[in-house]
Write a protein that binds this ligand. Structure first.
Ligand SMILES: Cc1cc2nc3c(=O)[nH]c(=O)nc-3n(C[C@H](O)[C@H](O)[C@H](O)COP(=O)(O)OP(=O)(O)OC[C@H]3O[C@@H](n4cnc5c(N)ncnc54)[C@H](O)[C@@H]3O)c2cc1C
Length: 505
């Protein structure tokens, strides 16, 4: 088996494309259908001194999931059967308690043949007239994978964590554990990257009735957008918009000759008139054309930099953004995830790094970015996403204890050879932004190298301990629930400074 570069996302999810008889290899996860089967896997892994890792929809970068490709000493599993089930436990007034298997996808995972809209969390909730208050831009993630990385949607009004009542997991000794809301264990395990154990079920407390979300998407020039600086106040309207719009996200095309902003804003709506949200790249022909354009622009940018190329990039990008404001109004799970229709795993595969800042740093970060984007190599050929996130009780959530402003620059996967260039590109942002007070990064996306220095700041365990005030408590609880370190990969060991057992003795 040839080892693939242990970086980026993609190396792990090709197994979804396999048929019923997937090729045998270290990247093919074992299917585990219930807690008893899982306990057997854990028992034999302990006996064989192997590591156990779980994959959801493999939407995170490879090493965040497992060291599989490089470490044959690992058992990679995925959850099926009962561990994807959906059960209504009780109902009182406007509240329903439901128990969902950790492997259940929020929406439909197009790469998994067993995944349908009908067996998704979202549709099963809507069928009982309930709703999740907020979702990310896409919904093909498993509920456990989404939660484990602290993933979030664009809102300070609603958090995904708000509905989580209990987290059930099998710890490193093979014992069943239940973490209940309000406890230290809950706050620790809520974002734990598979390092406390395997999340088998999540108990959700959801509200009825379901609701629609209505709003508008429009593309305007930067000068007309919420990024424009008001001459009187000297600031933009970005922070105010993030804090006061129920659901909001912005895509910024910062190139010299593009200077466009696509603003998507929504709120819960009483209207029952359905106006579906339509993503431009939801049309495969448009997505294909945009993909080819991105490759061409990237080639020009790297081989023929100069005004002609920058002009071409600006003009090309303008073709693909919808200028006309387009209203939408539809059920929550069809509108909040505005990127669900885009083929983000295939022709439009995009890579991400995402920096989360305390909300009050919004204007400062925006000013740094405006300066950075004057360099057309940094402005690039794609877009970046700006959005918000609600404060989280989970100790290792990048939104722990504060509302956040999030910045996510995009890199088009198919423009380089096997991810080549992506880290060089992200270095521009890491170097400029790692010094901003309180910065944290999305765990499921590209992270700076552990031990690397970015703009004078060393990224690694010491940096994280400063950023996450509860990290020591988290590590201590982790060690208690997984004393033999059967869930610890080298990637997470290095980042969190988890000593090997022999080093502790
Ligand atoms: C196109 C795209 C759009 C995205 N949009 C957003 C967004 O809007 N907001 C946002 O915050 N993020 C977003 N993300 C990031 C994404 O939400 C995270 O990467 C998320 O973790 C993916 O969930 P998953 O099911 O694929 O989990 P995986 O990537 O498979 O796993 C993530 C982590 O959770 C662990 N894990 C998975 N299942 C279990 C389990 N049952 N028990 C224990 N550990 C487990 C894995 O080992 C790994 O450490 C996006 C990613 C992509 C590719």
């Amino acid at each position: 088996m040839t080892a693939l570069p242990n970086d980026g996302r993609g190396q792990l999810y090709n197994f979804f494309l396999a048929t019923e008889s997937p090729p045998i290899g270290p990247t093919v996860p074992e299917l585990v259908n219930n807690e008893d089967e899982l306990k057997n896997v854990i028992k034999s892994a302990r006996e064989g001194k192997k590591i156990v890792r779980v994959v959801g929809s493999a939407h995170s970068i490879g090493p965040a999931i497992g060291d599989t490709v490089l470490t044959p000493n690992e058992r990679l599993i995925r959850l099926g059967g009962e561990l994807r089930s959906f059960t209504v436990l009780s109902e009182q007034g406007d509240t329903k308690i439901v128990k969902v298997g950790g492997g259940c996808y929020l929406g439909k995972n197009p790469l998994d043949m067993d995944s349908t809209w009908a067996n998704s969390v979202n549709v099963q909730l809507a069928n009982i007239n309930c709703a999740i208050p907020i979702l990310g831009g896409i919904t093909q993630q498993s509920i456990a994978g989404f939660t484990m990385t602290g993933s979030a949607g664009g809102s300070v009004a609603h958090g995904f964590e708000d509905i989580i009542k209990e987290i059930h997991f099998i710890d490193g000794k093979g014992q069943s554990q239940v973490a209940e809301r309000g406890t230290d264990l809950f706050n620790a395990v809520g974002v734990s990257l598979g390092l406390f154990g395997v999340i088998t079920y999540m108990v959700l407390e959801v509200k009825t009735p379901s609701f629609n979300v209505g709003g508008v998407e429009k593309t305007v020039s930067v000068a007309e957008s919420v990024l424009a600086v008001n001459k009187n106040t000297g600031t933009s309207k970005l922070q105010e918009t993030l804090e006061n719009t129920e659901y909001f996200r912005l895509m910024w095309f910062p190139q010299k000759y593009a200077q466009k902003v696509t603003e998507w804003s929504g709120k819960r709506s009483e209207s029952t008139k359905i106006e579906p949200y339509k993503d431009v790249v939801g049309n495969p022909w448009v997505a294909g054309a945009a993909a080819m354009a991105l490759r061409t622009m990237h080639w020009l940018l790297t081989h023929v930099p100069g005004e002609d190329t920058y002009k071409f990039i600006g003009d090309t990008l303008k073709i693909f953004v919808k200028e006309k404001p387009t209203p939408f109004n539809d059920v929550w799970y069809k509108t909040i995830p505005m990127d669900d229709q885009a083929p983000t795993d295939t022709i439009f595969k995009t890579e991400f790094t995402e920096l989360w800042f305390p909300m009050e740093e919004t204007e400062n970060v925006l000013n740094i970015l405006k300066k950075l984007y004057e360099d057309q190599q940094v402005a690039g050929n794609y877009a970046c996403e700006l959005y918000a996130g609600k404060r989280s009780p989970f100790w290792m959530s990048p939104a722990y204890n504060r509302n956040v402003f999030r910045f996510d620059p995009f890199w088009f996967y198919h423009q380089g050879v096997e991810g080549k260039g992506v880290r060089e590109y992200y270095n521009h942002f890491w170097k400029a932004l790692m010094k901003v007070d309180g910065v944290r990064l999305h765990w499921g996306k590209y992270l700076p190298y552990s031990g690397g220095t970015y703009g004078g700041v060393e990224y690694g365990a010491a940096f994280l301990k400063k950023s996450y005030p509860k990290m020591d408590d988290w590590l201590a609880l982790r060690a208690k629930y997984d004393p033999d370190q059967i869930y610890v990969t080298e990637y997470w060991r290095k980042l969190f400074g988890i000593e090997t057992i022999s080093a502790q003795e």
